[in-house]
Design a protein around this ligand. Structure first.
Ligand SMILES: Cc1cc2nc3c(=O)[nH]c(=O)nc-3n(C[C@H](O)[C@H](O)[C@H](O)COP(=O)(O)O)c2cc1C
Length: 301
């Protein structure tokens, strides 16, 4: 059975990845999970400079989901290259560096520094964080900016370039098309949906940042619908995520049109979910007589 997935000029060994921001820099999980079995490991968003992130509390559980307002806390690209990336060299999985900036130039500067390293395998451009005041969603909601930023980054790298989209827009397929026009090799969708929870006793928002990003099973139907729509708009691969907890959830994304998937909030419940999802996809393919993961979307017109 061929579970490989082609993205740009490279191939992932299998379609199962772990989502940025939910798996640290990867090495935190090495005692719990065989990282080499992952198709891809998307590292925590890295920016030019260290960021401490938003004020606490930054996470609250909601019905079938999680609201977070981490605010892209990260070590900064220099420390990421010196201390975090080398820890992943011995693993076979594709390490995809997720990057962000508060200006287009900052995105370019981060990518240029990473280009000097053999790892990463490719880049995921985060233009969809709902929890930061500069950059974040501002980049991901304007198709002109998305195309301009993507084409500038495209000129700087031959490695796979993925653009991660926000569902917090009127028509996400317009944004996906802009990323494709700019030269993206794939789009990842979705990032979190803006949400809010209020402590009724304190009469205050629960999160320090007031609002946060909703993830987990609550957003799965949104993610699947988005993948379905985007797949019918662009010809580059679509990587689906949002609320995947088991193999059946992943297969739904694949049938909707995803070439690969990512698991985020699910690993907080059980770090072994990615391995279980991969086995379950394999089993599904065997049962259904499917020989190639490529082309699942043809089943649903
Ligand atoms: C605690 C937390 C932190 C996150 N941090 C990032 C991040 O740094 N960069 C990013 O692109 N997405 C980030 N995300 C979004 C996830 O990668 C993913 O798009 C989203 O959670 C939906 O998938 P899920 O429902 O499987 O978690 C974060 C999500 C959570 C829950």
């Amino acid at each position: 059975m061929d579970l490989s997935v082609k993205i740009g000029n490279k191939t992932l060994s299998n379609p199962v990845g772990v989502a940025s921001g939910t798996f640290g820099y990867g090495s935190e999980y090495e005692k719990l999970v065989d990282l080499s079995e992952l198709g891809a490991l998307y590292t925590k968003t890295v920016t030019h400079k260290y960021r401490s992130g938003n004020s606490c509390p930054r996470i609250v559980e909601t019905p079938s989901g999680l609201l977070n307002s981490i605010g892209l806390a990260n070590v900064g690209v220099k420390k990421f290259i010196a201390e975090k990336l080398p820890l992943l060299e011995r693993y076979e999985c594709a390490v995809i560096a997720n990057i962000a900036g508060s200006t287009e130039d900052e995105y370019i500067a981060v990518l240029e520094q990473l280009e000097k390293c053999e790892l990463p395998w490719g880049y995921e451009i985060n233009i969809s964080c709902p929890n930061v005041s500069h950059g974040g969603l501002a980049f991901g909601t304007d198709p002109l900016i998305v195309e301009s930023l993507t084409s500038r980054l495209r000129l700087k790298t031959k490695k796979p370039l993925l653009v991660k989209l926000t569902p917090n827009v009127t028509d996400i397929s317009v944004i996906a098309k802009a990323a494709e026009n700019g030269g993206a090799d794939a789009v990842s969708c979705i990032n979190t949906l803006i949400g809010m929870a209020i402590d009724t006793k304190a009469k205050r928002p629960v999160l320090g940042n007031i609002t946060g990003g909703l993830s987990g099973p609550a957003i799965r139907p949104v993610g699947i619908a988005v993948v379905y729509k985007i797949k019918r708009t662009v010809s580059i691969p679509v990587i689906g995520l949002g609320g995947i907890m088991c193999a059946d959830d992943a297969v739904q994304y694949l049938l909707a049109g995803a070439s690969a998937i990512q698991i985020g909030t699910g690993t907080f419940v059980d770090p072994e979910i990615p391995g279980k999802v991969l086995s379950g996809i394999r089993e599904y393919c065997e049962q259904e007589g499917i020989k190639k993961i490529n082309g699942f979307h043809k089943y649903i017109e």
